[in-house]
Design a protein around this ligand. Structure first.
Ligand code: ATP
Ligand code: MG
Length: 564
């Protein structure tokens, strides 16, 4: 059994891994094959990432394989753009599927033949009731359903009608194929479920070849069967459908056959996880596309600066369980912060620049300050950052009239410039309206590198950018997409869109960043000291970088130092 144990880098053993281990031990399955089955009707989101990590992770841990199957049995709403994005996102997350991408629509002929087989076994029949009548006959949770008058029509008649449904002899919606199970079952999904319906719609792969399409509950178990899937993992809302999953496979006497196992879907605070709603945000232009960095989509998170490692770590930490819950967005942010702390080089950037003239610094002097790229990673080396007489600091790091706990720059006060010198504020320049336009300072040449030889202390360290050397940059700051924790559920009588956070995006166009980032390309990630982690956006142009803030930092030096 050794080969079946989870490797060292894997998630802790969860109830699904326990089931898989038991199945291998008992011989119910002799190998492990899973599948990730997205419907190509939207971009993948972080909830899908959870399913991907589970499907691919289990295959990896048990030396098995995982298929990527487009669940494209529903002809409407599906699109090549979605298929491409799904493949890109799965690969970006670090997973590779077995063989080619698979399509449930490739099994249409086989699924059709199995449906004929069910009819011959007297386990399925063609029903002429209308959709409304079927609903009415179905009964409710407290009332049993009624049998359709067509339920006991002779097998040859159903077979003939089903073939003619396929041949296009009947209008859309006029007939369906139903499983013959139990109209009084307490489980409503077993009350003679519809297996096929007539629908003249062009399919993105099969074109107009078919005018009947199988329903999910019929197509899914059989697609799993075709592929030799052993464990078909899905979310909890399919728990009630499991008896139907089993019925389809057992009616056709498959041995061995796949088993469906359900787990709780991921819900995250301050966002939504439904493709349908995410599509509405895109269509209504409430966001700038599926990959808007505020979106919980994989492509949005990627553009925002998330790493696949951070997302996988998040999925490991939330684990898998059988109970629905709402995960705090802060956990996802924590994971990316932790990952980027290890790998992102540090640079200095000023979001809201305030000009500072260091009066006693020579006019034409430029000093290159040697700076460590990442204190967490000595192999990242050092770089030179130019320092000169005129610099920018963060406007927010200065107060003319500082409140009690404000330890940063103020008139007459001395602070440290990160990697450079101590400076003291000697004057404030204002415009006609009284707004501060510039600070005057002096520096102490003896403090180069950050410490005073006489041992005197300062209470804050500020980041800065040399005015003559800094690059102009645009910075996009993001906040939560929704202003309430659970926009899908919080107030059912109000439209979820009312809870969109109007301040979820702030664009700053006059930022300054140190010249070392000039060569950055889209996707490059940095820590801007004291401000957070930032990632270069594809909107960047040569000479004008655009940064997305991935996540802010937890602590600032000012806070740390004021404690000591
Ligand atoms: P949505 O409700 O967002 O449209 P879906 O379930 O219809 O999602 P599919 O494309 O059918 O989307 O999902 C593919 C796989 O991803 C399924 O196995 C599904 O169970 C899983 N999945 C979807 N959403 C989540 C989620 N929030 N958490 C975990 N797994 C999910
Ligand atoms: Mg679905």
């Amino acid at each position: 059994m050794d080969g079946l144990q989870a490797g060292p880098n894997t998630a802790p053993v969860d109830f699904i891994r326990t089931i898989v281990t038991d199945d291998l031990r008992s011989g119910r399955h002799t190998y492990v094959r899973t599948r990730f089955p997205p419907e190509p009707n939207g971009y993948l989101h972080i909830g899908h990432a959870k399913a991907i990590c589970l499907d691919f992770g289990i295959a990896r841990d048990f030396d098995g394989t995982c298929n990527l199957r487009m669940d494209d049995t529903n002809p409407a709403k599906e699109d090549l753009e979605y298929v491409d994005s799904i493949q890109e996102d799965v690969r970006w997350l670090g997973f590779e599927w077995a063989g080619e991408t698979l399509y449930a629509s490739d099994y249409f002929e086989q699924l059709y033949l199995w449906a004929e087989e069910l009819i011959r076994l007297d386990k399925a029949y063609v029903d002429d009731l209308t959709a409304d009548e079927i609903r009415e006959y179905r009964g409710t949770l407290t009332e049993p359903g009624r049998e359709s008058p067509f339920r006991n029509r002779p097998v040859p008649e159903s077979l003939d009608l089903f073939r003619r449904m396929r041949a296009g002899e009947f209008p859309d919606g006029s007939r369906v194929l139903r499983g013959k199970i139990d109209m009084s079952s307490p489980n409503l999904t077993l009350r003679d479920p519809v297996l096929y319906r007539i629908r003249r719609e062009t399919h993105h792969r099969t074109g107009d070849r078919w005018c009947i399409y199988p329903l999910y509950d019929y197509a899914h178990p059989l697609s799993d069967q075709v592929e030799g899937v052993t464990h078909s993992l899905c979310t909890l809302e399919f728990e009630d459908h499991r008896p139907l999953y089993d019925w389809v496979l057992d009616s056709l006497s498959f041995r061995p056959r796949p088993d469906q196992v359900e787990f709780a879907r991921l819900n995250l605070t301050y966002t939504i996880m439904s493709k349908r709603k995410l599509l509405q945000l895109v269509q209504d232009r409430r966001v700038n596309g599926w990959d808007d960095p505020r979106m919980p989509t994989i492509s949005g998170l990627r553009r925002r600066g998330y790493t696949p490692e951070a997302i996988r770590e998040f999925c490991d930490r939330i684990g898998v369980a059988k109970k629905e819950n709402l995960i705090d967005m802060a956990l996802l942010e924590h994971c990316v912060r932790e990952d980027l702390n290890r790998r992102a080089p540090r640079v200095m950037g000023v979001l809201d620049p305030l000009r500072v003239v260091i009066e006693n610094y020579p006019e034409d002097l430029v000093e290159e300050m040697e700076v460590v790229n990442n204190p967490e990673d000595p192999s990242a080396g050092t770089r030179d950052v130019p320092f000169s007489r005129v610099i920018y600091i963060e406007a927010d790091d200065f107060r003319e009239d500082p409140p009690k706990k404000f330890f940063r720059l103020a008139p007459g006060r001395e602070v440290r410039l990160r990697n450079a010198y101590f400076v003291k504020c000697t004057g404030v320049v204002k415009d006609a309206s009284g707004a501060i336009t510039e600070l005057r300072c002096t520096y102490d040449p003896a403090t180069r590198g950050g410490d005073a030889p006489d041992g005197r202390k300062v209470k804050a360290t500020l980041h800065w950018v040399s005015a003559a050397h800094g690059l102009d940059a645009e910075v996009r700051l993001y906040d939560r997409l929704f202003s309430v924790e659970n926009p899908g559920l919080s107030q059912p009588d109000r439209d979820w869109r009312e809870f969109l956070n109007p301040e979820s995006l702030r664009v700053l166009t006059c930022c300054k960043v140190e010249p070392s980032v000039a060569a950055a390309t889209p996707g490059s990630r940095y820590q801007f000291e004291r401000l957070g982690y930032f990632c270069v956006d594809p909107d960047a142009t040569p000479g004008r970088p655009v940064f997305n803030r991935t996540v802010s930092l937890k602590d600032t030096w000012a806070r740390i130092e004021s404690k000591g």
